[in-house]
Design a protein around this ligand. Sequence first.
Ligand SMILES: [Zn+2]
Length: 90
Amino acid sequence: MENELIQLYNNSNLPKEGWIQGCFHCSLKTSLLIDIMTEKSYKDKKNYLFQCFLCKDCRRTFSRNDILYYNFIRDCKIYIYDKYYDLISS
Ligand SMILES: [Zn+2]
């Protein structure tokens, strides 16, 4: 299966395909990414790999607080299931 990468970031005026985007949590500009989840689509014969931009400061915050991190990942997944419903329900 082919892999397709989908990257989440906070709305910014930066170029859509750039290496630097707004942190998905706090909007700060960053090039750091974390993996959220992978979903198979049998219809498209693809694995969709979801990542989100997460800045250094938020990484540090999350590394110290499991509950915050857990909630953030849960919110990311809710966002993904909502926004990419058609992709991942096939
Ligand atoms: Zn951040």
